[in-house]
Design a protein around this ligand. Structure first.
Ligand code: ADP
Ligand code: MG
Length: 691
């Protein structure tokens, strides 16, 4: 895999355009970092004032800088940045970081400036990071285009962020607790280099063991999904998305000017890509550290080793929430533990060595747990007590973990007394967490990644019995009269063209016609008002169910169909459970399919699952099974099992419809009635894109 951002992370020569001799200026900080953080290539300050800064000759203009120079860091006002970028292009520099803000995030005016940047890079075939960013750091090549005061330690986490400030805070945090990074990239407004490029670069970087991303907007959503999917086949990806809630979205809009997508679509995108989505920056790092340091977790059985009951119990609860559990230790394991633990220790799980546990006890007990075949991973808890110091325990845990073939995470619980211990643990590649629940969360991330790694790589299998030509015809005629919503009958025909079962139906313009149609269809039938603008026909008395004969049909027609309206006559579907299958086209990620419990409570319960289309059979089945509707379909308390296969099939076909027919913007089957054998879409609403 080639690194699309290689010149940014391994440049042969860096020009700093707008370098200042004033130590209070950010550009001075950039120059200082390039000089003092160990970067070995040439560093060339550029400033019309000339002279010397930090012992380096200052070049009046970038054209004067000697070869080789591959990267330019431009720290000038927005208008001057554009000019400088042009000069870099002329000079043959093909990679540039533009630091200034004052571009697209301002709205109009700023957007024009971004267009100018784009025009320049297109003309010279350049790559650009930013604007409104702090650029890159690489702990191996030692390049550092930021003005952050410290570089992180060398580690396996590659971090890509839409926010430069978050990079700064993260480095400080990492340096305090002692974990490291391979690379960092601050993307800013991503006029050119975007999150997908950053992930492709982290995928290619051999020093990056795990990719972490702070995401705001993803205008190239599908590209993100494709690149992330490739990355997660090789290494884990943890992401946090800002702007998931309405107020978060507002904050993002005014921040880097990015458009935050709906969280549902993003969740579905993460699912497709095999990315682990987290809720908070702390979770982002907690998961990343575990994924960087630990062996894979291959089973859910955890042994919890502690010197105190309380934190052990909290840890056990937290493991449960991660889908993990305390494994039952065999009598052999417990015998061995009794030999090495202090007298009185409880050798069930949690293994509670009590307050007198010494560092040696930790080490010996861990050795036993490493050898116990029933144990998949180890959570170590230590609460400092009068006699035993945290550093000694950290040292023992670190030593035991070396060469151990199972993941170990550790919580040493406390405040200022434990900082040194935390750093020691990280030095031995054991993740340290301040609370047992966070340690359990770290293990949870490993468990999640285990599922991602082992999930089948089978893509969506082809679907048969799809009449694309008929579908296009229907869209053509329906769209013809300028209507955006297809009437129920055309919707039903559309469903049939895609192999989705809908009860036989037709349209009638008079009561007599309706009765005749019902005779043909066969009783019992349903009569519905045809009113494309009414979303819930039954709310306005527009649905008459269970009509047994022609007279009933005629009466219903007179009762509910208005003067210039038509009626939709439909055969009653067999009895079944009502679910909803829907789809809509997301601006960033494309077609998004939904499944959930139907009926009046759907909006209140939000018992829904989302996936990106197209879907494999496995995707669709998983989607059904993660909802309460899925459990009801399986049959609770003696109820019959419904035809889940028919639901899975319908979900996949709706996904395919969205993929094949870009003119459709949304579909709702509400309800799909799921019987013991078969499922019927009785209310089909298809919305077309605006022409
Ligand atoms: P709307 O959602 O606009 O009110 P629907 O066509 O969904 O109208 O009908 C309302 C309800 O009537 C459905 O949720 C379902 O319970 C029932 N229903 C509608 N059509 C049928 C049918 N063909 N067979 C069985 N029940 C039906
Ligand atoms: Mg309905």
């Amino acid at each position: 895999m080639t690194d699309p951002l290689h010149p940014f992370f391994h440049p042969d020569g860096v020009a700093v355009i707008g370098a200042s001799s004033n130590p209070n200026k950010l550009s001075y900080g950039v120059l200082q970092n390039l000089v003092t953080h160990g970067y070995e290539g040439g560093v060339y300050p550029v400033n019309p004032k000339g002279g010397e800064i930090l012992g380096l000759k200052v070049y009046p203009w970038v054209g004067d800088v000697p070869d080789p120079v591959e990267l330019a860091v431009i720290i000038l006002r927005p208008e001057l940045s554009i000019e400088a970028l042009e000069a870099c292009g002329k000079r043959g520099i093909r990679a540039a970081v533009v630091v200034a803000s004052g571009f697209g995030e301002l709205g109009s005016g700023g957007e024009e400036r971004e267009a100018q940047l784009q025009e320049v890079i297109a003309r010279y075939g350049m790559r650009l990071i930013g604007p409104n960013c702090i650029g890159v750091m690489d702990t191996t090549s030692r390049v550092d285009t930021t003005f952050l005061t410290a570089m992180p330690e060398v580690g396996g986490i590659g971090f890509a962020s839409h926010s430069g400030a978050i990079c700064g805070g993260t480095v400080d945090w990492a340096n305090t607790v002692g974990f490291g990074f391979s690379r960092m990239i601050s993307l800013g407004n991503q006029v050119d280099v975007n999150m997908a490029d950053a992930l492709a670069s982290l995928a290619a970087d051999t020093h990056t063991e795990v990719a972490a991303a702070y995401v705001e907007g993803l205008p190239h959503g599908r590209q993100f999904v494709d690149v992330a999917s490739n990355l997660t086949r090789e290494k884990p990806l943890v992401v946090i998305k800002a702007g998931r809630t309405p107020s978060g979205t507002r904050a993002v809009r005014s921040h880097t000017g990015a458009l935050a997508g709906e969280n549902r679509a993003f969740e579905a995108a993460c699912h497709r890509a095999g990315a682990i989505q987290v809720e908070d920056l702390q979770e982002l790092l907690d998961a990343s550290v575990a994924l960087d340091y630990c062996q894979p977790l291959t089973g859910p059985g955890i042994a919890l080793l502690t010197n105190a009951g309380g934190p052990g119990a909290v840890g056990a609860d937290a493991l449960d929430q991660q889908g993990l559990h305390l494994v039952g230790l065999t009598s052999e394991t417990q015998d061995l533990l009794r030999e090495v633990c202090p007298p009185g220790a409880m050798t069930g799980n949690p293994v509670d060595m009590l307050g007198g546990a010494e560092p040696e006890h930790y080490q010996a007990a861990m050795d036993v747990l490493f050898d116990a075949p029933e144990v998949d991973g180890i959570l170590v808890v230590f609460v400092p007590q009068a006699l035993t110091g945290p550093p000694e325990v950290a040292d023992a845990v670190g030593q035991a973990a070396v060469g151990g073939e199972k993941p170990v995470v550790c919580c040493i619980y406390g405040g200022k007394d434990i900082h040194e211990a935390a750093k020691m643990l990280h030095k031995s590649a054991v993740p340290h967490y301040l609370t047992p629940a966070r340690a359990a969360f770290g293990l949870g991330a490993l468990w999640h990644y285990h599922h991602i790694r082992t999930r089948s790589a089978v893509g969506p299998e082809p679907l048969e019995q799809i009449d694309q030509r008929r579908a296009k015809e229907l869209i053509e005629t329906a769209g013809g009269d300028g209507r955006r919503v297809m009437d129920a009958h055309t919707g039903a025909e559309m469903a049939s063209a895609y192999g989705i079962s809908a009860p036989p139906s037709g349209l009638a313009e008079t009561a007599e016609e309706a009765a005749k149609l019902a005779d043909e269809i066969g009783y019992p039938v349903v009569l519905k008002r045809v009113a494309p603008d009414v979303v819930h026909k039954s709310d306005v008395g527009g649905v008459a169910l269970n009509l047994e004969d022609a007279t009933a049909v005629q009466e219903a027609y007179e009762a509910i169909i208005g003067a210039n309206e038509r009626a939709f006559v439909q055969k009653m579907a067999p009895e079944g459970l009502e679910v909803i299958v829907g789809a809509q086209r997301d601006r960033q990620f494309g077609p998004l399919v939904m499944f959930g419990l139907g009926g009046v409570y759907v909006e209140v319960l939000e018992d829904v699952a989302f996936r990106l289309a197209p879907l494999s059979e496995e995707d669709a089945r998983e989607m059904v099974m993660e909802t309460a509707a899925g459990k009801l379909l399986k049959g609770v308390r003696g109820q019959a099992r419904r035809d889940i296969e028919a639901v899975v099939e319908t979900i996949r076909r709706i996904g395919q419809l969205m993929v094949d027919q870009p003119e459709i913007s949304a579909v709702d089957l509400n309800p799909l009635i799921v019987g013991d054998e078969g499922a019927w879409a009785v209310d089909i609403r298809i919305v077309l894109e605006d022409r």
